[in-house]
Design a protein around this ligand. Structure first.
Ligand code: NAD
Ligand code: MN
Length: 370
């Protein structure tokens, strides 16, 4: 029996989580593994019920679970609330990432052949693109311990001190090189070491780690140029190492490869996945999409692929992940999509179509899994 903590969150979060859980229920008999699902509240839903974005009871449940599935969090009702405590107390997901130290954020971006006409790219630029944006999840400016608003020379100033220590960068970079070994063996690390001290340290530590992986090529790129090249030459990238903030931006940017934010899965792992299953938080990368919440039309694919990543990285079953990806590919090839990709399927219909195709042999692409 595997224990999953399921946190729907806000907006479309509970809707897409439900679709992901339906896929999990469908694969469970094929895996010969039963999943015990415990539901609870996160972020806005938690604040409304308990006055905090994540309760300690939820954190304890997460600690004793084998994996955590999250829908999405946030919304205009909560975005401006400030609670006592550090950065992690202002956001339910950040609370979990911080206390569970899920530092390795995997955000795979790929071009799906049937969706290429829905992207802003020309076919020859985007076809075959398969990039793993790795986002450091527990440090940097977003978790600044020196932060706030103050008056300086009569003017109001907001500040968040960016800091990374060598151990944070090292464990993250190691995870990146390990993943690159399982993929195409190429790492690009992006930074602004030309102008910022924290990135000078970042680049030095990544270079040190690179020496332990002579079989993996490592290039450093300044982040602004990296953003440009991610749009110009998507096919040239394999694994991209990013700090917390750049990874947040670049993973939404590369969601354009798929044609919709709703297509993007993610995993936040508490250890490098090189020797066996690891604990993680698995979530669709997008936000809570308040503009379409409650209508039953959110694209569930990012969430469903996140369930695939959970089976692969959290439970050591990459073949189950590939089966789900193949079923998604077949569904898209059959012309079935939700409105964000120009189709008419409702979230539940999209999921049904994917489940129906789950035993179909697919194209063998295995980029999300191991
Ligand atoms: P968003 O990602 O929620 O939405 C941006 C656009 O993409 C919207 O038009 C939305 O409808 C669309 N979209 C996103 N996911 C979709 C899906 N699955 N299917 C179809 N369309 C989809 O970003 P935002 O509007 O800037 O932020 C909304 C809220 O989400 C904010 O409160 C923000 O703090 C929060 N947020 C949460 C997360 C997270 O939970 N990991 C990430 C980013 C933002
Ligand atoms: Mn984001």
């Amino acid at each position: 029996m595997a224990k999953i903590l399921a946190l729907g969150g806000d907006g479309i979060g509970p809707e897409i989580l439900n679709e992901g859980l339906r896929v999990l229920a469908a694969v469970s008999p094929l895996m010969d593994l039963e999943f015990e699902i415990d539901h609870d509240l996160l972020h806005g839903a938690s604040y409304d019920a308990h006055g905090v974005f994540c309760t300690d009871a939820v954190l304890e449940k997460a600690r004793s679970a084998d994996a955590v599935l999250v829908g999405a969090v946030g919304g205009p009702a909560w975005d401006d609330i400030r609670l006592d405590g550090g950065a992690e107390c202002q956001d339910g997901l950040m609370y979990l990432r911080h206390h569970l130290q899920t530092y390795l954020g995997l955000r795979p971006a790929r071009a799906w052949d049937p969706l290429i006409t829905h992207t802003p790219f020309r076919d020859e630029v985007i076809r075959g693109a398969d990039v793993m944006i790795l986002r450091e999840m527990c440090g940097g400016a977003m978790f600044a311990t020196e932060r706030g608003q103050r008056c300086v020379d009569g003017k109001q100033q907001g500040y968040d001190m960016t800091a990374y220590d060598e151990a944070e960068v090292r464990r993250f970079a190691r995870g990146g090189f390990e993943l690159a070994r399982q993929r195409r063996g190429h790492v690009v690390s992006c930074d602004k070491s030309n102008v910022m001290e924290s990135y000078k340290l970042w680049r030095r530590i990544v270079s040190e780690v690179a020496r332990d992986y002579p079989d993996v090529t490592c290039d450093h790129m300044l982040a602004d140029h990296c953003g440009y090249q991610l749009m110009m030459r998507p096919g040239d990238f394999d694994v991209v190492l990013c700090c917390n903030q750049l990874g947040d931006v670049f993973s939404d940017l590369t969601a354009s490869y798929a044609g919709s934010l709703g297509m993007l899965p993610s995993a936040c792992l508490a250890a490098s996945p090189d020797d066996g299953p690891v604990f993680g938080i698995f979530e669709s990368t997008s936000g809570s999409a308040p503009d379409i919440a409650g209508q039953g039309i959110a694209n569930p694919v990012g969430m469903i692929l996140s369930v695939g990543m959970m089976l692969s990285y959290g439970f050591g079953r990459p073949e189950m992940c590939r089966m789900i990806e193949d079923a998604v590919m077949q569904t898209l090839a059959d012309g079935i999509t939700t409105p964000d990709l120009g189709g008419e399927a409702r979230s539940a219909e999209m999921t049904d179509a994917i489940i129906q195709r789950m035993n179909v042999k697919g194209n063998g692409w295995g980029g999300l899994g191991r």
